[in-house]
Structure formats: structure tokens, C-alpha cells
Design a protein around this ligand. Structure first.
Ligand code: OAD
Length: 245
């Protein structure tokens, strides 16, 4: 409790907070993580299902997993941690959320400045002509997969597959926010996927206080984290909001 009070004081003094989020913030929304015992990559080999060359070679196979992911995402609601980040933005403390998540839950919670580093699963994009269309529930009924109306290619969710580049705009904006924030809160990420995992190191190198919330320790914990909160972000973030209210 002492540490959470201290972090609330730091946020009050410094303001200018950026949150860097991963799959752990959406666990209580009903979306499993990628790594770990219940993780998506335990059931689906990412080389076979998450690499862009696998998608282009066999979209029908990859769409089996994408359909499952989409069903989970469509049912998910923001967690207390998402809601707390939205409150922190409304209160003027949180300047941006940089998320690796593709579930769109930060937007649904009401955050306005959200940088989706790995894209968004609620949109479809044509890998050939880059035309984008909303990924709505009815797309799940199109077999074996939806096609681009313009060029007939298999559409993919507008998310970054392994082997693809990070969207340029997201990368630039994320780097700017990381450089200029005074407090970075890292939430529910294993910190092993690059270049996303570089972001907290950029903030640390510019003097930001690093706060981390995770049920397990990560590569950040012993290297750059100043305040580590072991457990669910849905426990700690609402406490911070209450202390600042
Ligand atoms: P991971 O699945 O690698 O890590 C999830 C993290 O959340 C782990 O460190 C868990 O300990 C933590 N966690 C689980 N439940 C939690 C809770 N209730 N509160 C707080 N933390 C909790 O997911 P990411 O780090 O997000 O990339 O994965 C990074 C990228 O790898 C993803 O964006 C995705 C994946 O391949 C792409 O799709 C390009």
C-alpha cells in the first residue's frame, strides 16, 4: 500500500504518464495471453499461424485461428484496468496508451490517445492493395475466408504478423511519447517481442520513473523497473485512480 501511495504521489507531481500495455491487461476481459500455459501460442505454433508468409501460403488454415480470436475479441469488455486508464486520461494525468494488443479495448474503455503498435483486429486489410474494411461479426460466416472486393486476395485482420513491419505512424508516435513521458506504467507484457519491448527502455533513458504491474517478473523488472506491483493491473490501477481523485 505504501508503494501505491508513493506512485500516486509521483504521478501527481510529474503528470505526463504513458501506459505501455500487453495481453495481461485483457485477461480479465476474457482474452487469453499469447505465452504461458493457457497461451494462444501453446495451441497454435506462431511460425505456422502468425507469420505473414504462412498466411499468404495458406490463408484458409490461418483463418481457423483468426476466427477463434475474433470470436473471443468480439465478446470481450474492458477490464477495471482498462477503465482506470481511461479515468487517468480524463483526469489529465495519462497522455497516451501504447498498446501491443489488437483487441481495441482501450478505445472501448474511452481512451482517446491510443497507439496500436501491432494493429487492430477489428479491421481487415488487403495484403495486396491495402484497402481496409471493418471486421464485423458477419465476416465470421464467410468461408473459407473473406476476400478483397477489389483484387480478390484473402483479407487479413489489420494486425502485424511476424515478418511484417510495425505501422510507421504508430512507431513514430510511440517513440515520441516514450521519449517525453515522465512516468511509464508497463502493464501485463512479457517484454520479449521487439521492437515493442524497446519502448520502456527509451523512457528510462530519458529519466522517466518506471512502474510495472504483472503477475510475474519480466526482463524489465530487474533492469529498469522502479516500482514493481506483483499481481493483476485491475487491482492496482483503480487504487491509483482513487488516490488521485
Ligand atoms: P504475452 O502473452 O507474451 O505476456 C502476457 C503477460 O501478461 C505475461 O507477462 C503475464 O505474466 C502477464 N499477465 C497475465 N495476467 C495478468 C494480469 N491479470 N495482470 C497483469 N499481468 C498479467 O503477451 P504480450 O507481452 O502482450 O504480437 O505479447 C507481445 C506480443 O507477442 C503480442 O502483441 C503478439 C505476441 O506475439 C503480435 O501479434 C505481433
Amino acid at each position: 500500500m505504501e508503494d501505491i501511495k508513493r506512485v500516486a504521489e509521483i504521478i501527481k507531481e510529474r503528470g505526463n504518464v504513458v501506459a505501455f500495455t500487453g495481453a495481461g491487461i485483457s485477461v480479465e476481459s476474457g482474452i487469453p495471453t499469447f505465452r504461458g500455459a493457457q497461451g494462444l501460442w501453446e495451441r497454435y505454433d506462431p511460425d505456422e499461424y502468425a507469420h505473414i508468409s504462412s498466411f499468404l501460403r495458406n490463408p484458409e488454415k490461418v483463418w481457423m485461428m483468426l476466427r477463434e480470436m475474433a470470436q473471443v475479441i468480439f465478446q470481450a469488455k474492458p477490464s477495471p484496468a482498462h477503465e482506470a486508464l481511461s479515468e487517468l486520461e480524463k483526469m489529465g494525468y495519462l497522455r497516451a496508451v501504447i498498446t501491443q494488443n489488437v483487441d481495441g479495448l482501450h478505445h472501448l474503455a474511452g481512451n482517446k490517445n491510443v497507439i496500436e503498435y501491432h494493429g487492430n483486429h477489428r479491421w481487415l486489410v488487403c495484403p495486396s492493395c491495402r484497402e481496409k474494411t471493418p471486421f464485423t461479426q458477419d465476416v465470421l460466416g464467410i468461408y473459407p475466408y473473406p476476400r478483397c472486393e477489389r483484387c480478390e486476395r484473402a483479407l487479413k485482420p489489420d494486425v502485424v504478423f511476424f515478418g511484417e513491419n510495425i505501422p510507421f505512424d504508430a512507431m513514430i508516435r510511440a517513440n515520441e511519447e516514450a521519449k517525453s513521458c515522465k512516468v511509464m506504467i508497463i502493464i501485463g507484457t512479457s517484454g520479449v517481442v521487439y521492437p515493442a519491448a524497446e519502448i520502456p527502455y527509451i523512457s528510462k533513458s530519458q529519466g522517466a520513473v518506471i512502474v510495472e504491474m504483472n503477475i510475474e517478473r519480466t526482463p524489465f523488472t530487474n533492469s529498469i523497473t522502479d516500482y514493481f506491483f506483483p499481481g493483476s493491473a485491475s487491482t492496482y490501477l483503480p487504487q491509483i485512480v482513487r488516490l488521485l481523485s
